[in-house]
Ligand binder design. Structure first.
Ligand SMILES: [Zn+2]
Length: 225
């Protein structure tokens, strides 16, 4: 069961919810990577719909020599994570095969419970975040099979990734947390440098496939139009 009380805001009416099971590979959308998040489809008091992608994340903060996490640093990291991921990956009106004849919109909202202690029995993800000096760069990565990520405080900085594209580590790595593969080393999108799973930050419709599939199924089953 999805703990809807953790996720829903006042007045939101739950229409459907699906939980990714706690065992790896149970809800894999492709062969290699297992996504780990809950999905909730709700109607807000104004009548519009919201697709919520929800992750419970445990964050471990790791100090480096002469680099220590303060409470303010941790708050800043978590605020940035919520805001910047949602601003880039979220949408005020996502496209589906279904055009709602009611002219209502479907927005896409990413919501997180970020825990510094193991409060919940199950977290979708465990992130280890290292404190680096300003300007220092270390490769961040997600290990989907273990549902872990290794990040740092500089992952919100833009890094030049090709002649004409810049990318923030957190924005790209979050795509892996949604179950998406890299595109810069293989596959048909290798020349699409602007793509978020390549060297840029542009979200393509293909990157939405994992949750659009469930959204369209829900719209069909609940006869929403
Ligand atoms: Zn990657």
């Amino acid at each position: 069961m999805v703990n809807t009380w953790e996720v829903l805001k006042h007045g939101e009416r739950l229409i459907a919810a699906i939980e990714t099971p706690p065992t790896v590979r149970d809800l894999s959308f492709n062969n290699r990577i297992t996504p780990a998040f809950d999905m909730l489809f709700v109607q807000s008091p104004n009548g519009n719909y919201i697709l919520i992608i929800y992750m419970r994340i445990k964050i471990t903060y790791t100090d480096r020599t002469n680099q220590y996490w303060t409470f303010i640093d941790k708050d800043t990291f978590e605020k940035n994570f919520r805001e910047k991921v949602n601003k880039k990956w979220g949408s005020s009106n996502i496209k589906t095969l279904y055009n709602l004849s009611s002219r209502k919109t479907i927005s896409l909202d990413f919501r997180f419970s970020l825990n510094r202690a193991a409060i919940f029995t199950y977290n979708h993800w465990t992130l280890n975040v290292v404190k680096l000096r300003k300007g220092e760069w270390v490769q961040s990565y997600v290990t989907s099979s273990l549902r872990t990520g290794d990040f740092d405080n500089n992952d919100f900085d833009y890094v030049k990734k090709s002649a004409r594209t810049y990318q923030r580590g957190i924005i790209h790595e979050f795509g892996h947390m949604l179950g998406l593969d890299d595109e810069y080393n293989l596959g048909v999108h290798i020349s699409d440098l602007e793509s978020v799973m390549n060297s840029g930050e542009t979200i393509r419709q293909r990157h939405r496939a994992v949750y659009i599939l469930w959204l369209e199924k829900t719209l069909r089953e609940k006869n929403i139009h």
